[in-house]
Design a binder for this molecule. Sequence first.
Ligand SMILES: C[S@@+](CC[C@H](N)C(=O)[O-])C[C@H]1O[C@@H](n2cnc3c(N)ncnc32)[C@H](O)[C@@H]1O
Length: 277
Amino acid sequence: MPASLEDVRSYYDKNTPLFLRFGSSPETQTIHRSLWPKGILRLEDALAVSNNLVLEEAKTLSLSNPRIADLGCGVGATLFHVLAGLGGGRGVGVTLSAVQARLAESTRQHLSFSNLAFLQADFHHVPLSGLFDLVYSIEAFIHSQNPQEYLSEVSRLLKPGGRLILLDDFYVPNQSDYAQRWLKAYKDGWYVPNMQTSDETIASALTVGLTLRETKLFTPNLRLRALPDSLAKFVLWLGNKLPQNHPIVPSMLGSMALQQCLKAGWIEYRWLVFEKN
Ligand SMILES: C[S@@+](CC[C@H](N)C(=O)[O-])C[C@H]1O[C@@H](n2cnc3c(N)ncnc32)[C@H](O)[C@@H]1O
């Protein structure tokens, strides 16, 4: 059964404290992958690379007070980074997780950001009127049960000329049973209801008035730690025997499966920028 909205919510409510403690850094508070382009040596900097990419894209809009929405904002790390870097603008972070929305709000108060708000909501139905200049999702689009609905919602939220950024995993078609087994382990472990190719996403976006401006492959900038195949299969087998009543167990197996998929090229980690017509 593909992951439901409730599965995804519960996954983040239960795992967020662990993700922040073991998968992030106190400095960045991100819940996303580190990127290691040339010259990046510290984990804190590697975790901030995607935040900086969003910031640079926001700057190209050349607006004094842009309105920005982060759909799937985690605990708000990217929004704090982008608004601080712009020295202005207004932001809204949307997360399905009540735990994340609470943490983001308490950081907002602590950092005294009056131009930011966080909402616990489903990004397929955002309870806000339109007219955003920039909407982005980092590692959140994969959790969409209905990518077409997500894209329509983004199109509704954006001003003409506004932009959407997606940084996420995309499927690379592969029919082998072997690849499908690892992909399933990734989707089950990380609560990924479905997975599109980047071409499918680009084609869907076009139907709702979002035209591709830029695409870049970032898989080469990840530090992959794929295990030797037989060892990975053994760990997956063993992991599936463990009690699964806390979603950190499937999450760890999903992480391992993702490394195998990225290394083999069955999934790619890609940056896409669209413009609203
Ligand atoms: C891997 S985390 C990424 C968090 C954040 N973008 C970051 O880079 O730190 C995925 C995020 O997607 C959010 N998410 C997943 N499905 C969602 C939905 N239907 N509506 C809103 N947020 C959703 C989760 O709540 C979580 O915040």
